[in-house]
Design a protein around this ligand. Structure first.
Ligand SMILES: Nc1ncnc2c1ncn2[C@@H]1O[C@H](COP(=O)(O)OP(=O)(O)O)[C@@H](O)[C@H]1O
Ligand SMILES: [Mg+2]
Length: 312
């Protein structure tokens, strides 16, 4: 990340209350640097699609502002919108038009001059080339989703939003998509995706934001998030089984397996002092020996569940 250049996306104090009075977003602040991949995680109804819709100009914020590369999305709507590619969550594509003309037209909508080589590359990357003359309405659900991605990439966006791109898609599309995401990242495109799949965020994102009940609970570099909030567990295979945890070890967070052969110690890696040294000393003093030791770090999934529980 470059601290000198200005963020590609800036969201300031953004709130959204729908007409019925429901507040879907609460004071969202967010800055994203060029070339980052951000995963927004959150349960259903958290406000992820609402946030993306506002940034893309589909929904209106009740308060706050958004700028893309320094341009305000309201004042400079056409300019900012042309920098954004959006792959929506819902399939809404149905027409008599062909794949080729739909994707080419989409490029034109954003004021870009025709570029058949670019359109061809996108269609090939998305395995849509064979279908280029097919009518949209004859495509399968998976192909329609590929088409939505092709449309979003048609005008060479600087920022790409993927709203739950892999919910319910087949493995081959997922693979194609992650390959494209990597290529785009290498080309300097900023990618913001929402997902339910924590493994996905864990695999591809540079930073992870967690949204719950309309609030951005936190946004953090993935590796930092995991080490800051992650619990570590150390499991010791004991030389001699224990019938119970000795009183001298009661201050540590310990769990003894039913057969008494394994002792599991849990600690937070983010603490000033993990206590692991004290634990090992106390273990020695209690004359407990172990033959093997395994550490397990908590996954993003566990971190996520803990955070959402804490904040609700
Ligand atoms: N047009 C709308 N009118 C009223 N409420 C809405 C509208 N769109 C979404 N909501 C509500 O706003 C909340 C956030 O929705 P959404 O942004 O779609 O969440 P997510 O994408 O995280 O699942 C939900 O409670 C949803 O029911
Ligand atoms: Mg959504």
């Amino acid at each position: 990340m470059n601290a000198v250049s200005e963020p590609i996306l800036t969201v300031r104090d953004l709130s959204k209350t729908y007409a019925g009075g429901f507040q879907a977003l609460k004071n969202i602040d967010l800055e994203i640097d060029k070339g980052e991949i951000i995963a927004l995680l959150g349960p259903n109804g958290a406000g992820k699609t609402t946030l993306i819709s506002i940034i893309c100009g589909i929904a209106q914020a009740t308060r706050g502002s958004v700028s893309v590369a320094g341009f305000d999305i309201r004042k400079d709507y056409r300019k900012t919108r042309s920098m954004i590619g959006l792959v929506p969550q819902e399939l809404t594509t149905d027409s008599f038009e062909s794949v080729w003309s739909t994707v080419s037209f989409s490029r034109g909508l954003f004021g870009k001059s025709a570029n058949s080589a670019h359109i061809e590359k996108i269609l090939r990357d998305l395995s849509l080339w064979d279908k280029k003359d097919d009518k949209i309405m004859t495509l399968s659900g998976g192909m329609k989703r590929r088409l939505l991605i092709a449309k979003a990439l048609s005008h060479e966006p600087t920022v790409l939003f993927l709203d739950e791109p892999t919910a319910g898609v087949d493995v081959s599309l997922r693979k194609d998509m992650w390959k494209i995401v990597e290529e785009l990242k290498a080309a300097g495109v900023t990618i913001i995706l929402t997902t339910h799949y924590i493994e996905e965020a864990e695999e591809i994102a540079d930073r992870v934001g967690i949204i719950n009940n309309g609030e951005l609970i936190l946004i953090e570099e993935k590796t930092k998030l995991m080490s800051k909030l992650g619990n570590k567990r150390v499991t010791l295979d004991l030389c001699d089984p224990l019938s119970n945890v000795p009183a001298t070890l009661e201050d540590h967070s310990l769990e003894l397996s039913e057969d008494g052969n394994q002792l599991t110690y849990t600690f937070t890696t983010g603490g000033d002092r993990t206590g692991v040294t004290a634990f090992l000393d106390d273990l020695k003093a209690a004359d407990i020996h172990f033959k093997d030791l395994n550490t397990i770090e908590s996954s993003l999934e566990e971190i996520f569940v803990n955070l959402v529980q804490e904040s609700s």
